[in-house]
Design a protein around this ligand. Structure first.
Ligand code: GLC
Length: 550
């Protein structure tokens, strides 16, 4: 896909469990998406990424797939999917499906056959022999000391086989062996299956973890990730998948965990025939104390700016392409995290998209973000559902924190902070379900909801609509060059876009105090989150403004 096309698109992410429930079971479903297609078309998005709705025991909310070619009855039927696909297309909206190819659920038929001792399927996973004397009670040392991303060791012992298997995520998510050509062929067939149903866009879950280093080595310096991140054959395997799955040139995005710019240029430069774009996460770690997600600190805006500068400028220079995003179903709501929703809810909720939507790349909006939904107001660990949250609540206490401290940490960092249902209206169940929502909504949904905002021309949602419309309208936003400017304040992020003599300057004040900014003589205000005249050379609290010269 050429940069003009990529640069003109906006993708909206639907976390299906929490979007809209039409059958009263408290979980969103495919029909709930169909019901709200007009809402999405009105917002102006081109494509919706739908998180996994395939059969799954839901240990990791669908990222533990037990059948790649069917629909989990909780979410609907294949007819519902076909209807959604037809209706979306009528409105010019493309569906992007989520492919979880690094691992399967241990309920998957392949893993079940492996457990029964079938050698063909044992070779589909990363099984390693245990010591001959190993027993269920005393399995000995796992093959490596690598840590699972959800806490604990990354290996599980299976007594009946006297083998260990690798799981970089939950114990119920067994890593596939991509070194086995049969596995790669199976996964390409999955892509062809969905292509056959008219799907033209795909998101690939943690796809830079598929190639593990040969020879199982302990990691004495870290948690093991250097042995499988952007691993030895990752580019080769992606090229094969793209070729065999018949997806070259489509709208595709790979989720890249702890990756590098150099690799992301290779993943996305069209000459590699890999993916259209990547998600990288370095900018979402600027509030991790010492790089640890479970240690809190205020976001470091200067390093956020450096991160954006490096990724924007270097990816452009290398012919790569970025996705632009602040949130997804794995991140706490960004306005609560990077902004001040208590005093400047509107300004914080509009500053963040101003900062990213005008950059070079393809913007993603995570459901509810366009309404300014915040983090939860939970007061007890029992209100959380996420496996990672519960694991770390325990691990943080094992590290010496009190239960209260552990709660404060998970409250700020839990994936459930962004996973609770979309607020369609201000009623008790938020217009999300007629039953019990699977995860509770914060009380502020009484005023932060779609119905209220659709009726208000100055809402956060209306602001998102304007940002999307600007991207459609202005080639300088779609494909213009990008260059970060030197601001005199460490709380301000500013950059310029330029194309054929048209220039845009974007400046965002990430603080509750006034900050000095570059003056913009002769520029006309393109968009901003304060009413009335702009103050020359000054940005007000959480003010974001873009000027254009044309
Ligand atoms: C990705 C998903 C996340 C999931 C993990 C394992 O990071 O976004 O939700 O838990 O992969 O599949």
């Amino acid at each position: 896909m050429d940069t003009e096309t990529l640069g003109s698109k906006v993708v909206y992410q639907i976390y299906i469990r929490s979007f809209c429930d039409t059958d009263g079971d408290g979980l969103g479903d495919l029909r709930g998406i169909t019901q709200h297609l007009d809402y999405l078309a009105d917002l102006g998005v081109d494509c919706i990424w739908i998180t996994p709705f395939y059969p799954s025991p839901q240990k990791d909310n669908g990222y533990d797939v037990s059948d790649y070619r069917a629909i989990d009855p909780r979410y609907g039927t294949m007819d519902d999917f076909d209807e959604l696909s037809r209706e979306a297309r009528k409105r010019g909206i493309e569906l992007m499906l989520d492919m979880v190819f690094n691992h399967t659920s241990t309920d998957h038929e392949w893993f079940q056959k492996a457990l029964a001792g079938d050698s063909k399927y044992l070779a589909y996973y990363k099984f390693v022999d245990a010591a001959p004397e190993a027993t269920a009670d005393n399995p000995g040392e796992p093959p490596t000391n690598w840590e699972s991303k959800f806490g604990g060791n990354a290996w599980e012992y299976v007594p009946s086989l006297n083998k260990w298997y690798l799981h970089l995520f939950d114990v119920s998510q067994a890593d596939l062996d991509w070194d086995n050509p049969e596995v790669r062929a199976e996964l390409a067939q999955v892509l062809r299956f969905w292509r056959g149903k008219g799907v033209n866009a795909f998101r690939f879950d943690v796809v830079n973890l598929i190639s593990k280093a040969e020879g199982w080595e302990n990691d004495y310096e870290g948690n093991g990730k250097r042995f499988y991140t952007d691993g030895p054959h990752v580019h080769e395997y992606l090229q094969e998948m793209v070729r065999e799955g018949d997806i070259d040139g489509l709208l595709t995005v790979g989720e890249m965990s702890s990756t590098s710019i150099e690799n992301c240029i290779r993943y996305t430069n069209p000459s590699s025939h890999e993916l259209a774009m990547v998600f990288s996460f370095h900018h979402l770690k600027v509030d991790y104390l010492g790089g640890d997600k479970w240690k809190l600190m205020d976001p470091d805006i200067a390093s956020l700016r450096d991160m954006f500068r490096d990724w924007q400028e270097e990816m452009t220079a290398g012919g790569g392409w970025n996705s632009l995003f602040w949130s997804n179903h794995d991140q706490p709501r960004p306005n609560s995290r990077f902004g001040d929703t208590e005093h400047y809810w509107y300004e914080s909720s509009t500053l963040l998209p101003t900062c990213t939507h005008l950059m070079r790349g393809t913007p993603y909006i995570y459901q509810g973000e366009e309404l300014g939904q915040t983090i939860t107001d939970f007061t007890s660990i029992d209100q959380y559902r996420d496996v990672e949250t519960h694991n770390y609540y325990r691990i943080i206490q094992e590290r010496g924190h009190t239960p209260e401290e552990a709660f404060d940490i998970v409250h700020a960092r839990s994936r459930d902070d962004g996973r609770y249902p979309v607020a369609w209206d201000g009623s008790e169940k938020a217009g999300f379900t007629s039953g019990e929502p699977w995860l509770g909504l914060p009380a502020n949904h009484a005023w932060i909801n779609a119905k209220t905002e659709m009726a208000d021309a100055h809402s956060v949602r209306a602001y998102y609509q304007r940002l999307i419309a600007l991207r459609k309208e202005l080639p300088v936003i779609q494909i213009g060059n990008v260059h970060f400017v030197d601001e005199s304040s460490d709380k301000v992020i500013g950059y310029e876009r330029e194309l054929d003599g048209v220039k845009v300057l974007v400046q965002c004040n990430f603080s509750g105090e006034e900050q000095p900014a570059l003056d913009a003589p002769g520029g006309e205000v393109l968009i901003g989150n304060y009413d009335g005249p702009i103050l020359a050379g000054t940005l007000r609290p959480w003010e974001a403004v873009a000027h254009i010269w044309r």
